[in-house]
Design a protein around this ligand. Structure first.
Ligand code: NAP
Length: 488
């Protein structure tokens, strides 16, 4: 065994998981890494998304890194731009800028037999011993295929590619889609729009929450002076988050109580029985990613707002025609239609051992051992990859825990224990079966469609609690991997 060698690592993506990975590498003494980011700045979804009303519906106290708790959030639920700034500040604070290449979209990554060759759209190539794909889940905007879209003469925008110069005041605006995004953008645009029409294919349960609640300045000042208290607050938030994990993963009176609160939120805010009827989903609250808002129902009740639940038939040059034959004249169509959440690294040309492509490996849908290792793709890891706990455990923490697991493997590589490692099919199957069984009693499996489902009908989430996730990623289990050394 050689003494200690420095790995060359390519991290793809500079969002939450890419930043967590880079800092974890640094903390393990690995400094030969590059972060390739296709956007013009860091932040991932928080860089790409800047539509009006964008607010994180997870309390800021847990929507942050454990190693960098921010004392002075402006709100209990931080606005999007503030989260992007937080991530950019961390990149500066931890000295990641020299490692960062922005506007560097990875178009191909190929396993060479001993490592990886990674290529960007600009024609640059990087050789690496390891690749960490931190490419995100809510990454590729989903554009629905609606007849006539090309003929529309007004403005069309997707929320994930918002044009900040787009005039919305005094306009007739159609918003299509009613996930967290649609609800936020309708609430934000309604006050100044001439007319806002919300096209809702499947109503969502919308739980009332004080999304605009400011965090008083003195709280930030106190937490800034008392970092131990700030850390304790973060830990308290993580403990509180356990309750949410429990509610979504196991049926109990606690789940029923939250579901009752969702029903109550609708009943108490929408007095008109006809409107309430049309806003009532035909599935259990919490089945889809839960939407939180303190302003959506109020916006819908306004004189300039209309809810349309009749299906869209076609887009015309001047508006939207619904299947009841009605024509809705609009100036602007806003697609709040979400993301292709299961594409992960694709459309990148990702080629593993023996020339296998990621599309071949994932022909039956994305799969990864413990969310991070893929059979056929040696020395390659995902962070917030398939089956990550996007619906149940604070994401920064999940990214940190996964990054530490990867670093533990890289540490073993650096001591010369192996040159390449590849997870076995059998271990990946075992993990998949364990996940499938644990998904049974989750609320996501109670009869709704959502972006949690892959095209193959699998729920792409982690149905375990934080402790289980931490345990499964605590210590690399060599029995689940093929380890090889060059020439062996
Ligand atoms: P989403 O939850 O996937 O919602 C997409 C919406 O578009 C659904 O209402 C869907 O209707 C509708 N839709 C799609 N195609 C359509 C079509 N052809 N015609 C009519 N309607 C169509 O997407 P999202 O709202 O962007 O949210 C995605 C995730 O991003 C959230 O669940 C959340 O995790 C995250 N997010 C978080 C925040 C935050 O505050 N932290 C804010 C925004 C987003 P169906 O339900 O009928 O398919």
């Amino acid at each position: 065994m050689s003494a200690s060698r420095q790995p060359r690592v390519v991290i793809i993506g500079a969002g939450v998981s890419g930043i967590a990975s880079a800092i974890t590498l640094q903390r393990n003494g690995f400094h030969d890494f590059v972060i390739l980011e296709k956007g013009s700045d860091v932040g991932g979804v928080w860089h790409w998304n800047h539509y009006p009303g964008l607010t994180c519906d997870v309390p800021s106290q847990v929507y942050q890194f454990g190693f960098a708790p921010k004392p002075d959030w402006s709100h209990v639920f931080a606005p999007g731009p503030e989260i992007q700034r937080y991530l950019a500040d961390i990149v500066d604070q931890f000295g990641l800028r020299p490692h960062l290449r922005v506007d560097a979209e990875v178009v191909a990554a190929e396993f060479t037999g001993s490592g990886w060759r990674v290529e960007t759209g600009a024609g640059e190539a990087y050789d690496a011993d390891f690749v960490i794909a931190a490419t995100g889940v809510l990454h590729h905007p989903a554009w629905p295929d609606i007849a006539g879209l090309d003929e529309f003469t007004g403005t069309v925008v997707h929320t994930a590619r918002w044009d900040d110069s787009l005039p919305t005041a005094g306009r007739r605006i159609a918003v299509i889609g009613t996930g967290s995004t649609g609800v936020q953008v309708v609430s934000a645009l309604q006050p100044k729009a001439r007319q806002i029409t919300h096209f809702v294919r499947s109503p969502q349960w919308v739980i009332w929450a004080p999304m605009q609640l400011p965090q008083p300045a003195f709280v930030g000042a106190v937490l800034d002076r008392l970092p131990a208290l700030n850390r304790a607050l973060y830990q308290a938030g993580m403990t509180g988050a356990k309750l949410f994990t429990d509610v979504v993963t196991r049926p109990s009176w606690r789940r029923r109580a939250v579901q009752q609160y969702a029903r109550l939120s609708l009943r108490t805010q929408v007095g008109d029985p006809e409107l309430r009827e049309r806003l009532t989903p035909d599935y259990q609250p919490l089945c889809k990613r839960q939407v939180l808002s303190g302003s959506y129902y109020r916006a819908l009740r306004a004189g300039n707002a209309e809810l349309v639940t009749t299906g869209i038939e076609a887009i015309t040059p001047t508006g939207i025609r619904t299947s009841d034959g009605r024509h809705h004249e609009v100036d602007t169509i806003v697609f709040a239609t979400g993301f292709r959440a299961h594409d992960y690294m694709r459309p990148m040309r990702l080629t593993g051992r023996d020339g296998i492509s990621i599309d071949e490996a994932w022909a039956k849908g994305p799969r990864a051992y413990r969310m991070t290792a893929i059979p056929g793709f040696p020395n390659f890891f995902t962070v917030l990859g398939p089956n990550s706990p996007t619906g149940s455990i604070p994401l920064h923490h999940a990214a940190e825990v996964t990054a530490r697991y990867i670093a533990a493997w890289i540490n073993r590589w650096s001591t010369g224990e192996f040159d390449t490692l590849e997870v076995t099919e059998a271990a990946t199957d075992r993990f998949g079966a364990h996940v499938a069984e644990a998904l049974e009693p989750t609320v996501w499996n109670t009869g709704c469609n959502s972006w949690y489902f892959t095209e193959g009908g699998h729920i792409d989430l982690l149905p375990f609690n934080r402790h289980t996730m931490e345990t499964m990623l605590s210590d690399p289990d060599a029995e689940d991997f093929h380890l090889s050394t060059q020439g062996a």
